[in-house]
Every structure is written in structure tokens, then in C-alpha cells.
Design a protein around this ligand. Structure first.
Ligand code: AMP
Length: 282
């Protein structure tokens, strides 16, 4: 596995691969790798000749007071995991080179970024769209892989790629969960053992929403009330939002008539967790 930190070196490697007619599958991450990341790498390996994994804790997607400084970083462990997962190129850009003095260009996807997490994390998706576009320009992938765990982020990237006519296929992969249902996340390492137990309530709430829809409930207020009841039974949990919304526009739905997304964000102690599931009505 090649490890690259400079933007120009990454650019050269990608240009050389493209010159040889090879396809590039790209998995952008913030590191602290887990099985969720590995499923993206596996899929990229199946579909592309070479896999580039980036690890970059992107400062501009964290608001002041968020966890940029405490975000889990473990370079050695990540390098081993990336290499064992079959990554061909590990790209570790440096913040100073990504955002040198005088940097002032940002990508702002409107509409869908103002809902769900956008209401609680101002500027977050602007930071995400900006870094992903920069990484796309540096790595020049044919395909890029994103997890449905961060459903809104995946939608923002698809919207950006579409609106800016980027020639990149965006592929989404299902959420990988722990045995008890908790969605894998680098931030789960923040949870102490009591919080870790409470954190399963997000999954339990999503399960209840699935069961209610399967049993014929279509009124989203009734479903959300049940979801809230489950989360509120955990004293450490504080709800940021619970939404049942249109999977394309993320606008709230009153009655479920087709596909609907159940999405929630809950703070367990100081840790903000998100999760979602698709509720289908044929
Ligand atoms: P992150 O390092 O948390 O920014 O995530 C990098 C990529 O991995 C994003 O596309 C995430 O949606 C995806 N990802 C994170 N957690 C999971 C998970 N539990 N299952 C599937 N994909 C995930």
C-alpha cells in the first residue's frame, strides 16, 4: 500500500493510473476505521482496479465547540486496517495544504442541507461538500463510496455531483451495525459503558418505526411519538430531532404512502449520534 500525504503526489499517482487505463474507486473517511468503512473498501475493490482511501479530519465541517480536537485519531491502527483491507493508496492530506492561508472557496448545496442535521450543525454540510469536491479533484475517481448511515451527507454529495456535472458515480452502501443494532461509528468510542447501553435506543426506535409501518400504521405523528417514548426512557438521551421524511427531499411527511426515511439524531451524554432506516410502503 502506497501512503501519500502531498496533494501533488496524489494527483500524479491518479494521473498515472488513469493513463494506464485503470479505474479508481475512492473511499473518503475521517479515519478511526471500523467495519462500516471496510464494507465501502470491499465494494470499491470489487468494482475498480485501484482503491484510494483518504483519511482527513476536515476542520471546516466542525463548528466551534464541536469535537474537532477530540475526534478519535489512530494513524498506526488505521494504516494496518487499510493495508489489510486491500487499499492500494492511502491518502493522508494535511490541513495546512488543504486550506492554506488565504483559502476562501466553499461549496454550498442549498435546500436539503437546511433540514435534519443542518438545523443543528450550521455550516457542516458546506464543509463536507467543499472537502469532498476538493478530494474528488485531487483523486479523480471513477466511483466514490458513501455509507447510508450518513444518509443526508450521501444525498448532499449526490446533489453536488449532479448539479456540478461531475463525472463520478456515487455508490451508497447499507449501514453496518454492532450485534445489538447500534450503527458503527468512530464516535461510539466516546461512550462509557452506561451510555453505550443507552445508545441502542436509537436502533430500538427505528425498529419500532419499521414494525409499526409493517403493521399498517401510516400516521407519522403516531410513529414519532412511539420513537420518542423509547428514546426518552433513557435518562442520558436528549433528542435533537426525529423525522419521518421524503427520502429525496428530506421534507417531513404526515402520511406514509410510498418510500419514507426515518431519521434521528440523539445526544447520549456529550456524544451526538445519528441513525436512519428506510420505511417502505409498496
Ligand atoms: P466517517 O469516517 O465517519 O466520515 O465515514 C466515512 C464514510 O464511511 C462515510 O461515507 C460514512 O457514511 C461511512 N460509514 C460510517 N459509518 C458507517 C457504517 N456504520 N456503515 C456503513 N458506512 C459507514
Amino acid at each position: 500500500m502506497k501512503i501519500i500525504t502531498s496533494i501533488s503526489d496524489m494527483h500524479k499517482v491518479s494521473l498515472a493510473l488513469k493513463g494506464e487505463g485503470r479505474t479508481i474507486g475512492f473511499v473518503p473517511t475521517m479515519g478511526a476505521l471500523h467495519k462500516g468503512h471496510v464494507t465501502l473498501i470491499d465494494k470499491a475493490k470489487r468494482e475498480s482496479n485501484k482503491v484510494v482511501l483518504s483519511i482527513f479530519v476536515n476542520p471546516i465541517q466542525f463548528a466551534p465547540g464541536e469535537d474537532y480536537h477530540s475526534y478519535p485519531r489512530d494513524k498506526e491502527r488505521d494504516e494496518i486496517m487499510a493495508s489489510q483491507s486491500g487499499v492500494d493508496v492511502l491518502f493522508l492530506p494535511l490541513a495546512d495544504e488543504m486550506y492554506p492561508d488565504g483559502y476562501e472557496t466553499f461549496v454550498n448545496v442549498e435546500g436539503i442541507t437546511e433540514l435534519l442535521c443542518g438545523k443543528f450543525r450550521h455550516g457542516h454540510f458546506k464543509g463536507v461538500a467543499t472537502v469532498v469536491l476538493k478530494l474528488f479533484n485531487i483523486v479523480m475517481p471513477d466511483r466514490a463510496y458513501f455509507g447510508e448511515k450518513d444518509y443526508q451527507q450521501m444525498l448532499v454529495i449526490k446533489r453536488m455531483v449532479n448539479d456540478l456535472n461531475l463525472n463520478i458515480d456515487i455508490i451508497n452502501m447499507p449501514t453496518v451495525r454492532e450485534e445489538d443494532g447500534l450503527a458503527m461509528s468512530s464516535r461510539n468510542t466516546y461512550l462509557d459503558s452506561r451510555e453505550r447501553t443507552s445508545a441502542v435506543s436509537l436502533y430500538k426506535a427505528l425498529k419500532i418505526s419499521e414494525d409499526m409501518v409493517k403493521n399498517g400504521e401510516r400516521d407519522t405523528m403516531k410513529i414519532i411519538n412511539e420513537m420518542e417514548r423509547i428514546i426518552r426512557s433513557e435518562t442520558a438521551a436528549k433528542i435533537d430531532y426525529i423525522s419521518i421524511c421524503d427520502p429525496d427531499t428530506l421534507k417531513d411527511i404526515k402520511t406514509i404512502n410510498g418510500r419514507a426515511l426515518a431519521a434521528l439524531s440523539v445526544r447520549i451524554g456529550n456524544t451526538r449520534l445519528i441513525d436512519n432506516c428506510m420505511l417502505g410502503v409498496k
